[in-house]
Ligand binder design. Structure first.
Ligand code: SF4
Ligand code: SF4
Length: 412
């Protein structure tokens, strides 16, 4: 654990470590004004009360645990607003797993073990996709598991990204510059084409793409669903593979998921107590890496795309301070008319919006965004987050593209 993490956390009498950043709360209530859940649920006490205020009480007795903590989406908008660096969302997430009901729940297991579910569906993706789309199956999942029947499931790909990569692996090794790609569960099992877009864009900039020897889910859904120990094990495996990749000559690690990138680079130390300082500076969200390359003069040859797009900034990219990098990149695409949406949270928050008890909250949070999108005359919506894409495509008439896909469309 880094010195910083040690200073910011300590242990209570029962031996549980906890985040001491609640002591820094100034009671300014800036966080409350930014909470998308508090805006639509009058019964949610809000970030200040659930976070720093509640933590003081919970440290005295776990009986002070408020059931309403389960409604927090971990969007981290409160942390962005906080002038005193209180880790509000982490305090809430830790309190839920430390003091809450930790009995095994099949729904939480299924929603959070994304790499296991992807592996199990391998070879039967078309059947699984058909099954999860039909009404009677959705009804059973709703009644038996508590996964809302109105939620659309992302389709599984026939062939995983790692398998597709084998066709281009030799070609990638020819490039003098090499970067390692943390593809994450979504690209591997649901959207391998996005991974191939990343390869095409980087190859057009004379950079080869390597895969890590092994990678596991970054841990975001595991933390959100009460599996912090599994998230820690995954973090240790991922970091060991990052260190190995950099020792083998890779320039760094890139991710095309804004939530994975935030977790890997910024959240491992304080959300999981795992020190990532040896590789932290080498981890980048893809648009930051590309924007820096463009600024240094390494731009691919591009042709006008002649498209109008509306950009939605995901919560976790805002938290990472990465929105400007994506915008800088999009502004470089010739023939692209870019409208910035006045984005609040889209409401899905990873696995949150799949749960029956959260569905209405999820859609209520997202409705101002959906309205803006429907009122725009954009050809596509653009966003950096896979679950924002799922939510917007389910709730509006527009198709959603990743910035990488737009860049690939612009390549000569
Ligand atoms: S993380 Fe998001 S939902 Fe949770 S308290 Fe903060 S602003 Fe509200
Ligand atoms: S914004 Fe930060 S300092 Fe202000 S009330 Fe919320 S937690 Fe406390």
């Amino acid at each position: 654990m880094s010195l910083f993490a040690i200073l910011k956390s300590t242990e209570n009498k029962s031996g549980h470590s906890f985040d001491r950043s609640f002591d820094q709360c100034l009671k300014c209530t800036a966080c409350a004004s930014q909470c998308p859940v508090a805006a639509v649920r009058p019964d949610y006490p809000g970030p200040k009360q659930c976070g720093p205020d509640g933590e003081r009480l919970r440290l005295k007795s776990s009986e002070f645990l408020d059931e309403a903590l389960k409604y927090c989406t971990s969007c981290k908008r409160c942390e962005v607003a906080c002038p005193s660096d209180v880790r509000i969302s982490d305090i809430i997430a830790t309190a839920r797993s430390k003091y809450g009901n930790n009995s095994f729940k099949i729904r939480e297991f299924m929603l959070s073990h994304t790499d296991l579910m992807g592996t199990l569906t391998r070879g039967s993706a078309p059947l699984v996709n058909k099954m999860t789309a039909i009404k009677p199956v959705r009804l059973v999942m709703d009644k038996a598991l508590g996964i809302d029947r109105r939620r659309t499931f992302p389709a599984y790909a026939k062939t995983s990204f790692r398998r597709q990569y084998q066709n281009v692996a030799e070609q990638q090794a020819q490039f003098a510059r090499q970067i390692s790609y943390f593809h994450g569960c979504y690209v591997n099992y649901n959207d391998p084409e996005l991974g191939m877009d990343l390869i095409r864009v980087l190859n057009a900039m004379n950079i080869g793409v390597r895969l890590l020897n092994k990678e596991k889910c970054c841990g975001v859904p595991l933390v959100a669903n009460g599996f912090p120990d599994k998230a820690r094990a995954n973090a240790r495996l991922n970091l060991a593979n990052f260190e190995q990749a950099m020792a083998d000559g890779s320039e760094g690690i890139i991710s095309s998921s804004s939530s994975c990138a935030l977790m890997l680079k910024d959240e491992y130390p304080h959300a999981l107590g795992i020190d990532n300082s040896k590789v932290k500076s080498g981890i980048n969200f893809i648009t930051r890496f590309l924007a820096n390359e463009f600024a240094a003069g390494n731009k691919p040859e591009m042709t006008p795309v002649n498209l109008k797009v509306a950009y939605h900034s995901p919560c976790h990219l805002i938290k990472a301070g990465g929105v400007l990098h994506t915008l800088n990149l999009l502004w470089e695409i010739p023939g692209l008319e870019l409208q910035q949406l006045n984005s609040n949270c889209c409401g899905i928050a990873g696995t949150y919006g799949f749960k029956k008890e959260n569905y209405e909250t999820s859609q209520a949070i997202g409705s101002p965004l959906f309205r803006q999108i429907e009122e725009s005359d954009a050809d596509y919506v653009v966003t950096d987050c896979e679950t924002c894409k799922m939510q917007v495509e389910m709730s509006t008439s527009k198709q959603v593209l990743h910035p990488l896909t737009l860049l690939r469309m612009a390549l000569v």
